[in-house]
Design a protein around this ligand. Sequence first.
Ligand code: KIV
Ligand code: ZN
Length: 502
Amino acid sequence: MSDRLYIFDTTLRDGEQVPGCQLNTVEKIQVAKQLEALGVDVIEAGFPISSPGDFNSVIEISKAVTWPTICALTRAVEKDIDCAAEALKYAKRKRIHTGIGTSDSHIRYKFNSTREEIIERAVAAVKYARRYVDDVEFYAEDAGRTDNEYLARVVEAVIKAGATVVNIPDTTGYCLPHEYGAKIKYLMDHVDGIDRAIISTHCHNDLGMATACTLEGILNGARQAEVTINGIGERAGNTSEEEIAMILKCHHLDIQTNINTRKIASTSRMISSLMNMPVQPNKAIVGRNAFAHSSGIHQDGVLKNVETYEIINPKDVGIDDNSIILTARSGHAALKHRLEVLGISLDEEKLNDIYARFLDLADKKKEVTDDDILVLAGAERAASHHIKLDYLQVTSGCGVRPMAAISIDIAGEKFQAAAEGNGPVDAAINALKIIIRREMTLKEFTIQAINRGSNDVGKVHMQVEYNGSVYYGFGANTDIVAASVEAYIDAINKFPASLGKA
Ligand code: KIV
Ligand code: ZN
């Protein structure tokens, strides 16, 4: 009989902590339902005490999802635990995830405490959480840099106090894979009562070792892996869910997950699109090039027998290589089907809107790609913005000073301005700033032409600083200057409501 590995998805908690990737409650519910369809065992839905938005999302996800356990994060603090228990009240299966830092640096600098006091606080938090729920997970923050002997004492104490799962985070992504594996083995060998709890991995990718560390943890006895789709997460991210699922599948390690791997590609695209977080083209499993053989030798081999260079069948991760190519002659049903394959289901009214814009784009391009469709679906959200681009006219070229004339719609009222700049984007943004009279600074600006010819849609990602905070904006258009202005306006729409107005 093979072993079972529980997949704990923290895309909506650790993943969502990435600046600019915040989702609203409706989007989180959409993601949670997709994660349920993917087959994850646990969804970490948020950190309820951290904001009313997180609290509300945990409530709504708890109502919307049936099978996975819904988990809420807390510090080892009673008011956090009270708040998490309240947020989880509608969950069919619920878990409180509480914990505290255990490395010497956390104990000394973060808590100004002692090792003994930290054990007492850990035990008290677990006991307090058990008053609300039967399933309590404890995390020993910075366990990666915690001395193994002390860590074993913490783990033993929290299991005795009632923890059902104990999470061993490599919070800073520092561990070498063999060290992390040895840490898990040390706990398996030295903690009394370890068989009464599940040991969980939680690795960060600061040195690019998160997946390797997680795998070593699993091979040494961990039976839960904490992961995110596309490996998103703070800094360099968390362990990538699709990589763990496919490693276990490809290597026949006799450790099973409940993941329906055919839903990996659509889940990845949905997360990337909703969070405006592009997936690097060479990302394992879900990158655009993950299955693209471009060298002549490889293409020749693959044509003779795919096994020569392909260790994963793209269909196993839901990449349908026989997908229909959409063109201006494609019907409504073909677009609907493609959206569904991409993990997006829309009501008829929204579908009609996207179809109209799809036809418009298909007139400008020969083939409409999946990336284009995701952009169209994303633009649907921009339609509800308070501030919208009405029109933009730009003059630029060699020997002329770039000029832009712009019209902006703010809650139904139109405002026009014109300005010069050192390039067409600069001129357009200067004109926009005449209308939106705020001290805003462009911090980051990335233009990503999608993949094919010069008629392709360009995507622009931006970060705009305003009043001490940084706001993320995204725009997509076949005209790259218009995409840049759309991205700037997207960021402005995220300013606090009363400040967004001109
Ligand atoms: O990385 C970490 O230590 C965490 C904990 C809060 C579980 O995310
Ligand atoms: Zn983490």
